[in-house]
Design a protein around this ligand. Structure first.
Ligand code: TRP
Length: 370
């Protein structure tokens, strides 16, 4: 029981769309590094389709279609099914059972205080339309996800910290009431600002499908060029090339911060040794946005082209993708069922594991007659 020795990672995504550059810098890149670090005994990546249904109940087709897109994005970004386990939430019934038990360890008042869920309720208009109970309670199901895998490390974006906090509270309460059973997890969040939040190409805080400001990992080179040249927000006061420019809020430079290194300058823009020199020139005046954007496209393509090529290969073998997902899910089913058994034992609701309870019941019935 428990997990005092193993290093286990669980993280996941809602399959509501293809993954974009924001996902890449914020999580995918690091997952690949963690996978290759050799420091973890097990790494599980959960495709949280049930969680996605909590605000898409009327559109299950969208979730169904995007499961394959998300797996393709994982595989093409370098996640290796020989090193990690990719699995689908809806096919793991232990998660549903755990969610139901954990619901009793959380108050509705506590759920109402979750700042991420609060913001999402506003964004989705649930405040006016009515709030699905499943959506309201999804942090509880996320606690089930994390604990079912006995994860001690959960790499997530900053917006997920409230989920981890709630998970920890549930774990502590469970262990206090029923005896030490569950592993207390901790969040691992991206180190620097650009990793934490890559803005959309239009400069809006977040890449989002509905805003049309994303660069998807699966976009063609032509589309990437169009997004950068046609839509990327720069410095509205930088009207002529010789005008002094500003870096703050200039999306081209935000993306360069996230993606470029000195070698890129040697290869594509040898006039500068590094990004700082380029920024200095931009601020002084005399460096046009066209040159900056052309360089950024070259830099982005170094990340995107290999991903695109890998995706093209997998897209011709969807049957293999299916097998990877099924095998991973079956493996995950064993692990999560094991945890569910331990939880039911701790709660003493494991009535049919053995016949011991017959004696207990007989004794109770006898005493009722005294
Ligand atoms: N809520 C997460 C998100 O929107 C996805 C998720 C579901 C998750 N279950 C998880 C993340 C378990 C980490 C661990 O990004």
């Amino acid at each position: 029981m428990g997990n005092d020795t193993k290093n286990i990672i669980l993280t996941g995504d809602r399959p509501t769309g293809r993954l974009h550059l924001g996902h890449y810098v914020g999580s995918l890149k690091r997952r690949v590094e963690l996978q290759n670090s050799g420091e973890y005994d097990d790494i599980y990546i959960l495709i949280a389709d049930d969680q996605a249904l909590t605000d898409n109940a009327d559109n299950p087709g969208k979730i169904r279609d995007n499961i394959v897109n998300v797996v393709l994005d994982y595989l093409s970004a370098g996640l290796d099914p020989n090193k990690i386990t990719i699995c689908v939430q809806s096919a793991l019934p232990a998660l549903h059972a755990l969610t139901f038990y954990y619901m009793n360890l959380v108050t509705t008042a506590r759920l109402s205080r979750n700042p991420t869920v609060k913001a999402e309720i506003q964004m989705r208009g649930f405040a006016d339309e009515g709030l699905p109970a499943g959506f309201f309670a999804y942090p509880v199901s996320q606690a089930a996800d994390i604990t079912a895998f006995k994860a001690n490390v959960v790499p997530v974006g900053e917006d997920q910290l409230p989920m981890l906090e709630q998970t920890r509270e549930i774990v502590e309460k469970f262990n206090r009431i029923y005896g030490k059973t569950l592993v207390l997890p901790k969040a691992m969040i991206p180190e620097n600002e650009t990793q934490r939040r890559l803005p959309g190409v239009d400069g809006k805080a977040k890449m989002s499908k509905s805003l049309g400001n994303c660069i998807y990992l699966s976009d063609s080179a032509k589309t990437v060029k169009k997004q950068v040249n046609g839509k990327m927000f720069t410095d509205p006061t930088h009207l002529r090339i010789e005008d002094p420019g500003h870096i703050e809020g200039n999306v081209v430079f935000t993306y360069l911060d996230a993606f470029c290194n000195d070698r890129h300058f040697a290869d594509y823009l040898p006039a500068y040794a590094n990004l700082q020199e380029m920024k200095d020139h931009y601020c002084r005046g005399g460096l046009g946005d066209g040159v900056c954007k052309k360089f950024l496209i070259q830099v982005l393509e170094e990340t995107l082209e290999p991903i695109r090529a890998e995706r093209a290969k997998w897209e011709n073998h969807i049957d293999d993708v299916y097998d990877i997902l099924r095998d991973g899910t079956l493996r995950a089913r064993e692990v999560t069922n094991e945890t569910l058994s331990e939880v039911q034992q701790a709660m003493r609701i494991d009535y049919f594991n053995n016949r011991n309870i017959i004696k207990e019941w007989e004794k109770i019935i006898k005493e009722q007659h005294i």
